[in-house]
Design a protein around this ligand. Structure first.
Ligand code: COA
Length: 188
């Protein structure tokens, strides 16, 4: 069992999850606007299962989707982090970076700030060679985060998400990539 890594950024603690985080995770994951680019918002049981999977990933790998806690208020505002791609797809095996924040915390640069801390951990401490990110084609806010943190779209990497049913409008996905040498070149 790996000891979970925790990170800090200017405005956030990227910390391990606690049992008492479930209501906040469930609330933001039940918000239809937050989940607009997913097949459906999550019910309470689905969020509990998600929290279990997130914690199991930390136990196995030491990293994962960190709980984001605002340093100014102590609030749990969502998650950002690194995750082993768990389904069969042309770019796997790979580690992806992803994020989900409660709506009232959008528009403040917090997702990008957390993502930069996660990238630094991935390329630094974890020694990863590449980190990918992907989202449904129309998810512009998420694509903006990918671009803000220096990821580049791989147009040849577009794919149909295998866990979303054929013909579903959210099935076509775009792929972004960032290699360690590119990240190092941008960060001295
Ligand atoms: C994707 C998501 C995390 C992006 O959140 P976000 O707050 O827009 O992203 P950032 O943290 O990069 O913030 C950027 C915005 O903050 C603004 N901003 C304000 N202060 C800032 C600062 N100090 N630094 C950087 N940006 C700042 C930027 O101008 C930008 O605003 P804009 O979107 O109006 O152009 C959010 O939309 C979300 O949780 N969506 C639902 C879940 C989801 O789809 N996840 C991705 C699945 S693949």
């Amino acid at each position: 069992m790996a000891e979970p890594i925790e990170l800090e950024s200017a405005r956030l603690h990227l910390r391990r999850w606690r049992d008492e985080d479930l209501p906040a995770l469930a609330a933001l994951s039940a918000d239809p606007e937050v989940m607009r680019h997913f097949p459906a918002p999550l019910g309470q049981d689905e969020s509990a299962a998600l929290l279990g999977r997130i914690r199991a990933h930390f136990d196995e790998h030491g990293f994962g989707l960190w709980a984001l806690e605002r340093r100014d208020s102590g609030e749990l505002i969502g998650f950002t982090g690194l995750l082993k791609v768990s389904f069969e797809v042309h770019f796997a095996p790979a580690v992806e970076i992803g994020w989900r924040l409660a709506r009232m915390h959008w528009g403040q640069g917090l997702a990008s700030e957390a993502a930069r801390a996660a990238l630094a951990c991935g390329f630094g401490r974890l020694g990863l060679e590449e980190i990918v990110s992907f989202t449904t084609t129309g998810n512009q806010p998420s694509r903006r985060v990918m671009e803000a943190i220096g990821m580049r779209r791989d147009p040849a990497g577009d794919f149909e998400h295998p866990l979303i049913s054929a013909g579903h409008p959210l099935r076509p996905h775009v792929l972004y990539r960032l290699r360690r040498d590119e990240w190092e070149a941008a960060h001295g």
